[in-house]
Ligand binder design. Structure first.
Ligand code: CNA
Length: 257
């Protein structure tokens, strides 16, 4: 990264009033949570199909075991990246964060306007009656019940529709924000952005990965990500292949000398 790129990004952030931030698993690795596609990411442990809707229906117990071990991190705390974004929101710079993360760390850092595009690991819902369970409750059910994933509010005759599914979007699945109204809200944010800030995502999972394309023509895209993304060589795009925490701290120190 050149000093020039860093200065340009700092100036854009200094003058911004409506930054739209798109985040992925990479912003939480500095809180000790593995991402998917880095060398030590979750995909080095298991293939993508374990996190698919098909696998969930076919092997609910194994699915839960994997999800609790790899995607549920109640002990993790927000890091510098999360904290600085929350501060920039308070300062009137960040309009919204649209995250693929399911760890809740943006909200725990104090960010208010957060769209959890891929849902949350904090809760689970019965696909038949809609009864809501906390993941802690699911954990204690796992320890004490054989068919813990069947909703006890429904007749327990083992139909797949009575399964309790974590409130995360799996491969082959959709979530609340995938509705027409949800996507329209997101596209409105993209259209109104002063610029778009991408943090810690490989931008490979659709439809999330398409969002930067909906910013107005000429609106800058800043990407802070260790790995490459398909947008790295786009127009009006500034790329910093560095740690998110370190880079954001440097920028924030420039803003508040
Ligand atoms: P990904 O494909 O694993 O990409 C993460 C990107 O972040 C990679 O390009 C890394 O190079 C980069 N990266 C990792 N650490 C840092 C760092 N400290 N500084 C800068 N860059 C870094 O993950 P995506 O988010 O793109 O993939 C989307 C999936 C991942 C979503 O469905 C999420 O639900 C899912 N996920 C979320 C979490 C979480 O909530 N924390 C954890 C693991 C996976």
């Amino acid at each position: 990264m050149s000093a020039n790129t860093m200065d340009t990004c700092t100036n854009l952030i200094r003058n911004a009033k409506k930054i739209v931030v798109l985040t992925g698993a990479g912003i939480s690795t500095e809180s000790g949570i593995k991402d998917f596609r880095s060398k030590t990411g979750i995909y080095s442990l298991a293939p993508e199909y374990i996190l698919s809707l098909d696998y969930f229906y076919q092997h609910p117990k194994e699915f839960y075991q994997f999800a609790i071990e790899n995607l549920y991190h109640p002990e993790a705390v927000p890091n510098k990246g999360h904290e600085i974004l929350a501060k920039w929101e308070q300062e009137g710079k960040v309009a919204t964060i649209i995250t693929q993360n399911i760890d809740g760390l943006h909200q725990r850092a104090g960010s208010k306007n957060v769209i959890e595009f891929h849902g949350t690991m904090k809760t689970a819902t019965c696909l038949n009656c809609g009864k809501n369970y906390s993941t802690d409750e699911m954990l204690s059910r796992m320890e004490t019940m054989e068919d813990f994933y069947i909703c006890n509010n429904c007749i327990a005759n083992n139909k797949v529709e009575q399964y309790i599914k974590p409130d995360v979007v799996l491969f082959g699945d959709t979530g609340t924000w995938f509705s027409m109204a949800g996507i329209q809200t997101i596209l409105r944010y993209m259209q109104e952005a002063d610029f778009v800030l991408v943090l810690g995502t490989s931008l490979l999972v659709t439809p999330f990965s398409t969002f930067p394309q909906y910013r107005r023509q000429g609106v800058p895209l800043i990407i802070i990500n260790k790995g490459e993304t398909p947008y790295d060589f786009g127009q009006d795009t500034y790329v910093i292949h560095e740690s998110i925490g370190k880079t954001m701290e440097e920028i924030d120190n420039q803003l508040h000398p």
